[in-house]
Design a protein around this ligand. Structure first.
Ligand code: NAI
Ligand code: MG
Length: 357
């Protein structure tokens, strides 16, 4: 039998990024060794804010072409001490935008054995996938500043919405909802106040919905949506929103479910012309860098999402079951109320994998 082999580019970048990416590579290597039906090779790219400080660039000349040779990218986090708008645009968006990773997929759930901040909610009550538009909105880079430093200074951040991008993203969201058991989609906008771009979203949703008669869907304004997430989490399943709105809603989702230390995100090019990029939703967490206490679970889940995307869904399920078996045993980092370190959680997941095979 031919053995599938996938080449994975790893970019740990800043802060706890390299710590959680290293832990995930360790777990993935263990999984491959035990499973034996596919192979992964890893190439590390040391692009970070340190590189930027030394060379003035996050990505060296020709770097994107190198990256493009890989099947997927496993990313850590970028940010500080370089100013955030420079680090974000210099590395993360510098990959997402040229690679047309227009769908940002952010699942959230309550892990077995954890007690979430959302009172009265338990495992199974909150199981969402947020689909975030990842190429335009307020993050398209349109706008400018004039008269800098003057009392009459002006700055604009223009939100861009094109029918092309809105349509492909809403279609992707309907497909995502269709693949899940509940076939339930909530389209989030703010079409009462933002009367141009958001009204376009509403109209496109109505049109695309006609191609998905088996998906139930409803609409929410983003402010009311925050209330519904807290008060009625069971009423939601798949959620689609703009770049800015979904950025905020997905952090709220992660916090409601347990911790920002457990949630993954996939930056997908659904056309598969470019590699997709997988990362935890948290940042570089400088307050805990180097202390060995970063929760690696978000990046383990990220790695599982990556396996599913390249076509190794079974191995992804095994990995997630191992991670939940560990949380269920109460082996958790401080952000989840436990006392374990990154290394203990990583080793416990490897042990669980050994039990499976
Ligand atoms: P953050 O996510 O880095 O940290 C927020 C809080 O959550 C901190 O108290 C941190 O210790 C905790 N935390 C985060 N991840 C954790 C983990 N795996 N285990 C345990 N605790 C964890 O967000 P913050 O502080 O707003 O940003 C720090 C830097 O990261 C900034 O420069 C920001 O721009 C950058 N950032 C980068 C992102 C990316 O690369 N995609 C995403 C979010 C922030
Ligand atoms: Mg965010």
């Amino acid at each position: 039998a031919t053995q599938h082999s996938y080449s994975i580019a790893t970019i740990g970048a800043d802060g706890i990024g390299p710590e959680v990416v290293d832990a995930s590579v360790q777990v993935l290597k263990k999984l491959v060794e035990l499973n034996g039906s596919f192979n992964l090779s890893f190439t590390n790219f040391d692009w970070s804010s340190d590189t930027y400080k030394k060379t003035g660039k996050y990505i060296p000349d020709g770097g994107l072409d190198e990256l493009k040779k890989h099947d997927a990218i496993l990313f850590g986090a970028v940010g500080a001490p370089v100013p955030d708008h420079i680090s974000l645009w210099g590395l993360r968006l510098a990959i997402c935008q040229p690679f047309q990773q227009y769908a940002n997929v952010r699942p959230t759930k309550i892990f077995r054995g954890t007690s979430p901040p959302l009172r009265n909610a338990e495992h199974g009550d909150l199981d969402w996938v947020i689909v975030r538009e990842n190429s335009e909105g307020e993050y398209a880079g349109q706008g400018g500043r004039s008269h800098q430093g003057q009392p009459w200074e002006v700055a604009t951040e223009v939100a861009i919405f094109t029918r092309h991008s809105v349509e492909r993203l809403i279609r992707f969201a309907f497909e995502t909802a269709q693949k899940r058991p509940r076939k339930l989609l909530t389209v989030v906008t703010k079409s009462n106040a933002q009367r141009n771009g958001m009204v376009l979203w509403d109209e496109v949703a109505v049109q695309v919905a006609q191609d998905f008669p088996d998906v139930k869907w409803d609409k929410m304004l983003v402010d009311a949506m925050t209330c519904r997430m807290v008060l009625d989490p069971k009423s939601l399943d798949t959620i689609v929103a703009t770049n800015l709105h979904a950025d905020i809603l997905s952090d709220l989702a992660a916090a409601l479910a347990g911790s920002i230390g457990i949630a993954p995100t996939s930056n997908l090019d659904p056309t598969r012309q470019n590699p997709s990029m997988f990362e935890p939703i948290h940042g570089s967490a400088f307050d805990i860098t180097g202390k060995g206490v970063a929760n690696p679970v978000a990046t383990f889940w990220t790695a599982a999402e990556m396996l599913t995307w390249v076509g190794e869904e079974e191995a992804a399920t095994v990995l997630m079951d191992a991670v939940e078996a560990v949380t269920e045993r109460g082996i958790a980092t401080r952000d989840l109320g436990g006392s374990a370190g990154t290394k203990e959680v990583t080793e416990a997941v490897c042990q669980e994998l050994e039990k499976v095979y």
